[in-house]
Write a protein that binds this ligand. Structure first.
Ligand code: ARG
Length: 466
């Protein structure tokens, strides 16, 4: 029997096709324009796959060596910008495989033994994301060091703490900085958690049902540094949960950066004037010569939209998919890459931003003098004198109304004026009404008193090896 020549010889899957693929279809279905960036992972996976095939007697050792050498050369060419990626070869997997076959002949055509692009792309994505997650965790460590550094630098300086963006109670600047240290620490925890599910090896699921060939999945997993192999071949090729988990953790990181950015924008305004961002980290206006704008935090805040959007894209991508692999899944890559790029860049530049800003402690301290920020302290003072808290709250409310009327803060009222509201108030009240007294009275675990903040700071420095 003679085999009829292929009618679509340009395609690696062209055997059963009698017509050439339409140009519009090639342009619509290709992913090489964005998945080329997986070339390193694709080659690393293929090298180990080839070694496994040789160990299992599915290819010879000579073929294995040819494959590994050829892939190494292709990798170099890609790195040197000499490799030509072709749209008609669709994706990174087929571009590399085809180039290998052209280079080494029949041995190259054996590489895809016991493998499908369905498990291959899943493997490549996991290898890629694994490294990126580790990188983002490291970037977050740098960012947290930035907050700890500021906490150390401004230890003892006071600023208003806000609720509803209204001055609420005085706090230490360091306490505020360490709040972010905690927040981004949780983000690192979420990434570490996600990493456990990324770090499982899917190759061997083949198209969807596994393979009849005698492969060794555990060998591939161990060689590529995975913690184990996926349990179900169908789930393996259809699973993108690990991308959703990552995208969710990343969205929350970007939201946290956005909250920080919002504060930096406010604080650098003339109205607050709590910080100064260095000139090299601001930009000017093309029309208003006096302007120095906080564009970096504004852009970080703005970029949260796309990172949240990417999470939505991935969820919606999966929502209607039957088992197992569907081509829709190719749409996972652009949101993934954009999320990795945006979040890595935003975390890194936020660290730089922290290194380029200075607090204005005289201004932050002055801002605590007004706004009756020690009103709760006065109420607590009365509570110690056995007045029920609700009554104390009402008494202090009257004192605040009086102060507002006289344009005086609580600490500026005389003892006689204060005693109008309760005769239990004595001279010792002034220690309570001072901003420093207020801050340092908050000794509860996690509170802003300097002794608590010093402990928290020492712990943070120890944790980060500073
Ligand atoms: N480029 C494809 C993707 O990213 C690779 C897998 C293609 N598999 C297939 N059966 N067409 O999803």
């Amino acid at each position: 029997m003679t085999i009829k020549p292929k009618k679509n010889p340009a395609k690696m899957w062209g055997g059963r096709f009698t017509e050439k693929t339409a140009a519009s279809v090639e342009a619509f279905t290709e992913s090489i324009s964005f998945d080329a960036r997986l070339y390193k992972q694709d080659i690393a996976g293929s090298c180990v796959h080839a070694r496994m095939l040789a160990r299992q007697g599915l290819i010879s050792e000579a073929e294995r060596d040819l494959i590994i050498k050829g892939l190494g050369e292709i990798e170099q060419e890609i790195e040197q910008g000499k490799f030509e990626f072709k749209t008609e070869l669709e994706d990174v997997h087929m571009n590399i495989e085809k180039a290998l076959a052209e280079r080494i002949g029949a041995a190259g055509e054996k590489l895809h033994t016991a493998r499908s692009r369905n498990d291959q792309v899943n493997l490549d994505t996991r290898l890629y994301l694994r490294a990126e997650i580790v990188n983002i965790i490291d970037l977050l460590t740098d960012l947290r060091k930035g907050f700890v550094g500021l906490a150390r630098k401004y230890l003892g300086d006071i600023m208003p703490g806000y609720t509803h963006l209204q001055r609420a109670q005085p706090v230490l600047i360091s306490h505020h900085m360490l709040a972010y240290y905690e927040m981004f620490g949780r983000d690192q925890g979420r990434l570490r958690d996600c990493l456990q599910r990324v770090n499982i090896m899917p190759l061997g699921a083949a198209a969807l049902a596994g393979t009849g060939l005698p492969i060794d999945r555990e060998f591939v997993a161990a060689e590529l540094g995975f913690a184990g192999v996926t349990a179900n071949s169908m789930d393996s090729v259809g699973d993108r949960d690990f991308l959703v988990e990552f995208a969710a953790a990343a969205a929350l990181i970007q939201v946290h950066l956005s909250r920080l950015s919002e504060e930096l924008v406010l604080w650098s305004s003339e109205e607050f004037s709590f910080i100064d961002i260095g000139d090299s980290f601001c930009t000017g206006s093309s029309i208003m010569p006096q302007k120095k704008n906080p564009d970096i935090p504004e852009l970080i805040r703005g970029k949260s939209g796309r990172v949240i959007g990417n999470l939505m894209s991935l969820l919606i991508l999966l929502k209607g998919l039957p088992m197992t692999y569907n081509r829709d899944l190719q749409e996972d890559k652009e949101p993934l890459f954009d999320t990795v790029d945006t979040v890595s860049q935003s975390v890194a530049i936020s660290s730089d931003l922290l290194a380029n800003l200075q607090f204005k402690p005289a201004n932050t301290r002055a801002a605590t003098a007004a706004g009756f920020m020690t009103a709760t302290d006065l109420a607590d003072y009365l509570v110690i004198k056995n007045i029920p808290f609700r009554q104390a709250h009402a008494i202090v409310g009257q004192a605040v109304a009086y102060g507002l009327d006289k344009s005086k803060d609580l600490s500026e009222l005389s003892i006689a004026e204060l005693r109008q509201f309760s005769e239990l108030i004595d001279e010792d009240v002034f220690a309570v009404l001072s901003v420093e007294g207020s801050v340092n009275s908050r000794k509860s675990t996690g509170g802003t008193a300097i002794i608590r903040v010093k402990e928290a700071l020492a712990l943070a420095e120890k944790d980060l090896g500073m």
